[in-house]
Design a protein around this ligand. Structure first.
Ligand code: NAP
Ligand code: MG
Length: 480
């Protein structure tokens, strides 16, 4: 078992007081897979100072030259994809296929960002006086803190880090404590790719401690956070006094609407992919399936059969379709919500129990006859639990889909284009999927939620990422 270190100013170091925490495998509860530093407040301050010191050199490097390093990182990820996917599965629990998809996404995001180095620039704006050049210049925001969750532990850090780096920022990166190793490997790869000292600093340890120091620091110019609503709100409050730029992407309780004309097979595949994929632990998971009355009985029977057929187990084993919950806490939360659903009077059609011993395995679970006001229809569970809500028609479906504090992603299954576009226009969600799973995002398109799913400040990914990771200067040149 390896003892890992943090990276501060280009040096691999232990926590100042030597404290550590264990990284465990959720598929084999007693397997400790690594030991990581529990950073102290002082360690975090050192990391911020190192990022600040590295900023001028990195910012002044031409963007295409920064891109060369990101491109190299992309190549290393490609070469190590099998090993990286295994690391990811072992610490997070998702299946090997899911982990491989995520690793390849990280590879592709670096490739995309490297290309942005050749493109991103300012604007020339028409002047209203003669003899003047009026233009904008994009500058790096500065030192950015990236605080990320465990559920996509390489894709999310990379979709923050790649734009941060290409636009000339330096980084303090705080991965989630359930999944520190893949974050460590990512940083190791950037070092191997030639990243100068101090440009990325890795700090592992308690979110509360590390996060507080990062967010309260006057030397941190931006915080990009993905995680739960409750933690996001704390970060927002702490960042406000310093006017630190903030981006928060948080929870979801995403609906998928199934209309009467839907093809059953397709609707069931999309619902189960969206609800049970990555063990229901996607921020964009469909945890509410809103079904029109005419198709409801047939749909629910087929979804139940599908849920029963799924093979749950260690994601490293072949044939396994769904891995364990990430942790004991998440496992208990899933079971608690299943109990709440039963107590609220929802009809449990399948699942609801531990699937097998040895890991945090939960059965794929389907509730029918769920009322929109029930807690299982309103609160993010983050497990493989689908709540079926029956509705009269499209209007009823959209109304119920919008009757929620969250607004991350939303889907509809129908061949009626008029209804599909009505839904797309009226749904309160940042991502809309027509005849596609609610999960899965294009790396070149803007991503972010509405309502309590987001701070609604800046979008992530694609061309939109430049808005968060740069500041704009406006320059007036009189030459008349
Ligand atoms: P979380 O508990 O909010 O943790 C997210 C990150 O914040 C972790 O690195 C955590 O560190 C850190 N943290 C904890 N307390 C903190 C504090 N007081 N100050 C600063 N940072 C702190 O979320 P999670 O359980 O890892 O992830 C699941 C959540 O993420 C779900 O709600 C899901 O919907 C959401 N999510 C949203 C998106 C999106 O794009 N909208 C994508 C994926 C996931 P520790 O690990 O050390 O506690
Ligand atoms: Mg772990």
């Amino acid at each position: 078992m390896q003892a890992f270190k943090n990276l501060i100013g280009g040096e691999w170091v232990d926590a100042a007081d030597g404290a550590t925490f264990e990284n465990r495998n959720p598929a084999k509860i007693n397997e400790v897979i690594g030991v990581f530093p529990s950073a102290t407040a002082g360690d975090v301050q050192h990391a911020i100072a190192a990022a600040k010191a590295a900023l001028p050199g990195w910012a002044n490097l031409p963007a295409p030259a920064r891109g060369v390093i990101l491109d190299k990182a992309s190549q290393i990820i490609d070469a190590r994809q099998k090993e990286l996917a295994e690391i990811l599965t072992r610490e997070e629990g998702k299946t090997r296929a899911e982990a491989t998809g995520e690793v390849l996404r990280a590879r592709d995001i670096f490739k995309y960002a490297a290309g942005e180095g050749w493109r991103a620039g300012g604007d020339v704006i028409p002047s209203n006086t003669g003899g003047e050049l009026l233009y904008t210049r994009r500058e790096p925001l500065g030192v950015v803190a990236l605080v990320t969750p465990w559920n996509f532990p390489i894709a999310i850090p990379v979709w923050k880090m790649a734009p941060a780096l290409i636009y000339g920022n330096t980084v303090v990166f705080k991965p989630a404590s359930f999944t520190p190793e893949i974050g460590y490997r990512l940083v190791e790869i950037l070092v191997e790719a030639g990243l100068p000292k101090g440009v990325v600093n890795l700090i592992t340890g308690s979110g509360r401690l590390v996060g507080d120091v990062l967010v309260a620091s006057k030397d941190v110019n931006g915080v990009s956070f993905t995680g739960s609503y409750s933690v996001g709100m704390k970060i927002y409050e702490k960042a406000m006094p310093n006017l630190t730029r903030i981006q928060l992407e948080m929870g979801g309780k995403n609906p998928m609407i199934v209309l009467n004309d839907a093809k059953i097979d397709m609707a069931v595949n999309l619902a189960s992919m969206s609800g049970f994929g990555v063990t229901g632990q996607a921020c964009t998971a469909a945890s509410r399936v809103i079904v029109e009355e005419g198709i409801a009985d047939e749909f629910v029977a087929a979804l139940t059969a599908k849920a029963r057929s799924m093979v749950v187990g260690d994601g490293l084993e072949t044939g396994v379709q769904m891995g364990p919950a990430v942790s004991e806490d998440q496992f208990k939360t899933d079971l608690d919500y299943i109990k709440i659903g039963k107590d609220e009077g929802a009809k449990l059609l399948t699942g609801g129990e531990r699937a097998k011993d040895g890991g945090y395995y939960i059965q794929p679970t389907v509730f029918d006859e769920v009322d929109i006001k029930m807690r299982i229809a309103q609160e993010e569970i983050f497990g493989p639990v689908i709540s079926v809500i029956r509705v009269k028609n499209l209007d009823d479906a959209i109304e119920k889909a919008n009757d929620i504090e969250f607004g991350l992603s939303a889907g509809i299954v129908t061949n009626d284009m008029q209804k599909a576009f009505t839904f797309a226009n009226r749904i309160d969600a940042g991502v809309v999927k027509i005849n596609e799973p609610t999960t899965g995002l294009a790396l070149q398109a803007p991503f972010g939620g509405f309502k309590n799913s987001s701070a609604n400040t800046f979008k992530e990914q694609g061309a939109a990422a430049i808005e968060f990771y740069t500041r704009t200067k406006t320059i007036y040149v009189g030459h008349g």
